[in-house]
Design a binder for this molecule. Sequence first.
Ligand SMILES: *[C@@H]1O[C@H](CO)[C@@H](O)[C@H](O)[C@H]1NC(C)=O
Ligand SMILES: *[C@@H]1O[C@H](CO)[C@@H](O)[C@H](O)[C@H]1NC(C)=O
Ligand SMILES: *[C@@H]1O[C@H](CO)[C@@H](O)[C@H](O)[C@H]1NC(C)=O
Ligand SMILES: *[C@@H]1O[C@H](CO)[C@@H](O)[C@H](O)[C@H]1NC(C)=O
Ligand SMILES: *[C@@H]1O[C@H](CO)[C@@H](O)[C@H](O)[C@H]1NC(C)=O
Length: 406
Amino acid sequence: MCIRFLSWVAVTLTAVTAAQGQPLSTWMLDSILARQDGITRSRAMTKQIENGIFQEALRAAIERSDDAAQRGRWTEYHHRSVEQGIQEALNASKDALDYGLDRLCLARSLLELPPNGRYDQHALQALRESVQLQPRNALGGLWYYANPPAPYNYYGDASYSDGMYGYAPYAALWGSITGDESLNLDTALTQLELVYRNARDPATGLVKHGYELSHNASWADALTGASPIIWGRSLAWYTVGLVDALELAVARSPGVVATVTYHRIEALLRDIVTAEIEAVNKSVNETGRYGIWQVVDQPGTPGNFIESSAGALITFALAKSLRLGYMRDKHGRVSVLVRRMHQDLVETFVRVNQQGTLDYLGTSAMASLHQPKVDYVYYVNLSVTTNSLIGTSAFVLASLEIERMG
Ligand SMILES: *[C@@H]1O[C@H](CO)[C@@H](O)[C@H](O)[C@H]1NC(C)=O
Ligand SMILES: *[C@@H]1O[C@H](CO)[C@@H](O)[C@H](O)[C@H]1NC(C)=O
Ligand SMILES: *[C@@H]1O[C@H](CO)[C@@H](O)[C@H](O)[C@H]1NC(C)=O
Ligand SMILES: *[C@@H]1O[C@H](CO)[C@@H](O)[C@H](O)[C@H]1NC(C)=O
Ligand SMILES: *[C@@H]1O[C@H](CO)[C@@H](O)[C@H](O)[C@H]1NC(C)=O
């Protein structure tokens, strides 16, 4: 696999000088580290989810590595990344008010790979309490963000599908470690289903960016409150949230597979990945590309583009769902599709730069429902950046899965 990959990379990418013999996953990971990403303080709105997915990518690579020196170096970097987030998480009311659900990524990281082997109880306690303080809509659905900073408008009770990446895996893990009955796989299911029921696009079965139950936002669908557009990255976060919640629950309490909750989350995941495979099929049929589009259900429409972070996150979610048996693939067609999706990412977005590290192109800026207009033009007009930590980390995770497929 490695050899085939590298010879292919060598003919496709220019200036392959360094890191020969390294698979793309760890080459991309070491490129992130070489830029010192994920450990410097940042004021970006996306920093919590960015650091969260980065820590997951690093943790997954550590788990796969059989090189003790490499594991040590990566683990130390992981600690630094986690530790720089702790200080600002220690006040539960502030957590609930001033940060979105993405903050919960930190709690997950603290539980999965505690710095120096010790849980930081203060941060964990504050983050746990902050879930209790998070405002909820009339159905009990968690708002995504109570008090977003300027220039984003406050308007109340929107739930975002991307909020489920922070919430669901953490809830599953926390519940299985502590036995907490108000934060566990059951509450993850409740939140996941509320988003699904209200933000599902009936035409495709895909999940839109979010919903707003009180219909205060001008964009809210008259019936469900759904936002109008299926945005690739929020759909992708939601999907990874489902897969990871299942995996984390099973790892600690294998008996959970016999529960109704587990089966309902698994069924939800199957529905979503089936719809995503159909969306990729539609893209292949209409544009020849194995990609996830910024506006997912409109491949090839003027202005629309294939987006690199959603593509990597969904490739990761599909490959991991296959590996863990959440999805059946009797004829091997899904495996073929997933490999082609990954290959499309490599060809389109991965470049070797002059330092011999990898760049990852084509990641969309953040989209927010805290905007007066969230229509097609809004999403396709967003800029794309190179080496967004979301894109690079998602590519590491996707590549680790593809390399495991052999
Ligand atoms: C915690 O945050 C709240 C809300 O921002 C603030 O009112 C309070 O003073 C903070 N408490 C401490 C001890 O800093
Ligand atoms: C929605 O708007 C109404 C009327 O303006 C207001 O009373 C209510 O608090 C708003 N709801 C939310 C969740 O912001
Ligand atoms: C996608 O296309 C493949 C091959 O063209 C086909 O085998 C598969 O059934 C399609 N899947 C879906 C969900 O439409
Ligand atoms: C592929 O596209 C053609 C024409 O655009 C359409 O008729 C056909 O139904 C599409 N097939 C699939 C599997 O989407
Ligand atoms: C498109 O992006 C430009 C530059 O960021 C911005 O000035 C403009 O308002 C955007 N247009 C729409 C319709 O969002």
